[in-house]
Write a protein that binds this ligand. Structure first.
Ligand SMILES: O=c1[nH]cnc2c1ncn2[C@@H]1O[C@H](CO)[C@@H](O)[C@H]1O
Ligand SMILES: [Zn+2]
Length: 362
């Protein structure tokens, strides 16, 4: 029996032509969650990794999405063992990054912040600096191959269950003028509150360096409170459980007001939320309520392979659920660039010369 016999193919949403053509910006996309399935199979053969669930790329794509569709963040994260296993050499990291830039550009993404955890790529003997250099080389190559249609920056992620966040924060500062735009904390949220990594955040603040924190995905408002008020995050990865602090009638609690009034961007990833149980379905996903209440909303993929999605498909899902047209996606894209960890003139250039004209021409 083939593995695919008992799996359902990922429902690749039919995407409207204007959505494909619309300029997009993604702030929350994991490098190790977005590999091409065929690349995983090839890299596994090259490095002798034999634990893949299948060597058929189409089946592998289905396997990731299905395995991640568990209702639990912890189980979702288990699938990354297979991608990280094949990302342990300079060549593999460079290839994966170059293909990531190409795939995003082909989907109409004009600006991307792609994150990964350097500490998860040391098994082949690379140093943390070498990991960052290999990924940077790949992104520069991918930008070139895409004819300059996309600008990519990276965020270096510290894993919340390990103790290397200060080291990764220092690595971020060391590479800040070389394609690294900021820092992030990811991994299982339950039992690993963001304040565990306070020394890393304090270091970044002292160094005037940007960071975001995954919070309010598997844990509720208390995690967001800690990320914002104790750690001082500029943006929130997911953050959808901020609804804990919003009454049925739309009245905002103190924390929700603070987040909204300070324009702290939420990096919303609807499909990923459905898989991890942070939301029930697209139709009741809080993105629409939060948008109507005035939160700064950005729309993101989280993990293109693991969640079986693309920026265009995320756009399409929320367009279908809430009737959004180009003006709403222009708003999300401008919001993403306003919250990007890029110098202001570069953000303004992308908004004024790429995004606004791109939407005007749709
Ligand atoms: O949505 C998420 N929530 C928390 N952690 C995540 C999510 N997606 C991916 N990762 C974790 O981030 C690491 C570095 O990219 C991945 O290896 C995965 O463990
Ligand atoms: Zn994430």
């Amino acid at each position: 029996m083939h593995l695919s016999d008992n799996l359902t193919a990922p429902a690749a949403a039919p995407v409207s032509d204007w959505i494909r053509r619309a300029p997009k910006a993604v702030l929350h996309d994991h490098l190790d969650g977005g590999l091409r399935p065929a690349t995983i199979v090839e890299l596994a053969r090259e490095c002798g990794y034999t634990a893949l669930p299948t060597e058929d790329p189409a089946e592998l794509a289905v396997w990731f999405r299905d395995a991640a569709d568990s209702g639990s963040l912890e189980r979702y994260l288990e699938t990354f063992a297979h991608t990280c296993a094949v990302m342990q050499t300079r060549e593999a990291l460079t290839r994966v990054a170059a293909e990531c830039a190409e795939d995003l550009a082909a989907d109409g993404v004009v600006y991307a912040e792609v994150r990964y955890a350097p500490e998860q790529h040391l098994e082949g003997g690379l140093t943390l600096d070498e990991v960052v250099e290999a990924v940077n080389d790949g992104f520069r190559e991918g930008e070139r191959r895409s004819g300059g249609r996309i600008t990519v920056r990276t965020l270096l992620t510290g894993m919340r269950h390990t103790d290397r966040s200060l080291e990764i924060a220092r690595l971020t500062v060391a590479h800040r003028d070389n394609g690294v735009a900021g820092f992030d904390i990811a991994g299982g949220e339950i039992g690993n509150p963001p304040a565990r990594h306070l020394p890393a955040f304090q270091h970044l603040k002292r160094e005037n360096c940007h960071f975001t924190i995954h919070a309010g995905e598997a844990v509720g408002a208390e995690s967001i409170h800690e990320a914002v008020q104790v750690c001082g995050t500029e943006r929130i990865g997911h953050g959808v459980r901020i609804t804990d602090d919003i009454a049925e009638d739309g009245t905002l609690g103190r924390l929700a007001s603070y987040v909204r009034d300070n324009r702290i961007a939420l990096e919303v990833c609807p499909t990923s939320n459905l898989q991890t149980g942070a939301a029930k379905d697209y139709a009741t996903h809080p993105i629409d309520e939060l948008r109507r209440l005035g939160f700064r909303i950005t729309l993101n993929t989280d993990n293109r392979l693991v969640s079986g999605t693309t920026m265009s498909e995320e756009f399409q899902h929320v367009a279908d659920a809430f009737g959004y047209g180009p003006e709403v996606f222009e708003e999300f894209t401008v919001a993403a660039l306003e919250a990007a960890f890029l110098p202001l003139p570069e953000r303004r250039r992308l908004i004024d010369e790429v995004v606004r004209p791109g939407y005007a021409a749709l």
